[in-house]
Design a protein around this ligand. Structure first.
Ligand code: SF4
Length: 355
């Protein structure tokens, strides 16, 4: 059981370990050893770090918590997807997911950045009760390590999508620290082009991300092709507006050179009409972009439905005829591709994948 009074070492790994090594009189290479145990050898606790002298392991255990969360539930699906419900030290709960793509040998994780979400998207499970707090950098790194431990020793994580509970750009400081650990060679070694950050579109934070040294992939959750409808579906849009978001997205593309992704959750009889597809095509025209359309995955307690196959086909045809690069996501991957809006902080067991 984690001792919540101890500092969480993953919150600021380099600083914590450097201070420890200096105070404990441990040579610098001990820090590298600890990092290796954490990221490569997947140690479950300080005691497992068997090439460190026992006294140093005890010293580390007295100073720091290695884990701040406990796995409250672990769910498996037939397709290899696994989901963890984590209970945080203050009682908050978040979810994170591991997706295995056997065709491409991808091992993708979807991680959360906040307890709850304050963006208020009306179809979303994660934001039903608003936001409680930002996750710490350590709590974000911990999700990566907990999910990595689900893999056999000869498999590595290959991709990260920041699409779990919360608005990532509302917790950018901690997210960037955590992603630094994901990218480092002595961290998880996952390159920025394999890391996607999803947002409803917060222009100042998008601009800040554009100035960051790592060119992460950016996915913008549109969900509506005009402000009138988007104000209803994504209420935070009232204070921002699509024009400002698209302009920020264009600036990000110019700065990063990364093709943009736009996400569109397709809701029956709400945003799935032919005129919506035509407006969407006009909005995305002449942009270097991929459009991911995710037929809605119904959430208990919310009134929204999955569009019929005919509606989906018609929507897709209009976009393709307009030359938009579009992908429809299978429902199997819905919990990953559209995890934003699908993860819930409920304690009730949820079916992991609805095929
Ligand atoms: S869909 Fe995403 S941004 Fe919107 S409320 Fe849910 S978690 Fe937040």
């Amino acid at each position: 059981m984690a001792d919540a009074s101890q500092p969480h070492v993953l919150d600021s790994l380099d600083k914590s370990l450097a201070a420890w090594a200096s105070e404990a009189g441990a040579p610098g290479y001990r820090v590298a050893q600890v990092r290796k145990w954490l990221f490569e050898k997947r140690a479950v606790d300080w005691a497992a770090m068997s090439d460190l002298p026992k006294a140093l392991r005890s010293d580390l255990a007295e100073r720091f918590r290695l884990w701040s969360a406990q796995v409250a539930r672990h769910t498996h699906a037939d397709d290899g997807t696994e989901k963890l419900l984590l209970s945080l030290a203050d009682g908050g709960q978040i979810e994170c997911v591991l997706l295995r793509d056997r065709d491409h040998e991808r091992r993708t994780i979807c991680i959360s950045t906040q307890v709850g979400c304050g963006m208020g998207c009306v179809f979303c499970a994660s934001g039903l009760d608003g936001v409680d707090r930002n996750l710490t950098a350590g709590e974000i790194v911990e999700q990566m390590l907990q999910l990595q431990r689900l893999l056999p020793p000869d498999e590595r994580l290959s991709h990260i999508v920041v699409m779990g509970m919360g608005e990532p750009l509302a917790n950018l400081d901690h997210l960037l620290l955590a992603l630094d650990e994901a990218r480092r060679d002595d961290g998880l070694g996952i390159s920025a082009r394999r890391i996607t950050i999803s947002t409803v579109g917060l222009p100042p934070a998008i601009d800040r991300l554009a100035r960051h040294e790592a060119n992460y992939r950016l996915a913008i959750s549109l969900h509506a092709p005009n402000d009138e409808l988007r104000n209803q579906l994504v209420p935070v849009n009232k204070n921002i507006g699509l024009a400002a978001i698209m302009a920020a997205a264009d600036r990000y593309f110019e700065a990063s050179g990364r093709r943009l992704t736009f996400e569109y959750v397709l809701l029956a009889d709400i945003n799935d009409r032919p005129e919506h597809a035509r407006q969407l095509a006009r909005l995305l025209a002449e942009r270097e972009a991929l459009l991911n359309v995710i037929p809605y995955n119904p959430v208990a307690g919310l009134p929204y439905q999955t569009p019929t196959p005919d509606r989906r086909l018609a929507f897709r045809a209009i976009l393709e005829q307009a030359g938009i690069r579009v992908k429809f996501r299978h429902r199997k991957g819905n919990r990953i591709d559209a995890a934003c809006g699908q993860l819930r902080r409920s304690q009730q067991p949820l079916p992991l994948v609805e095929l």
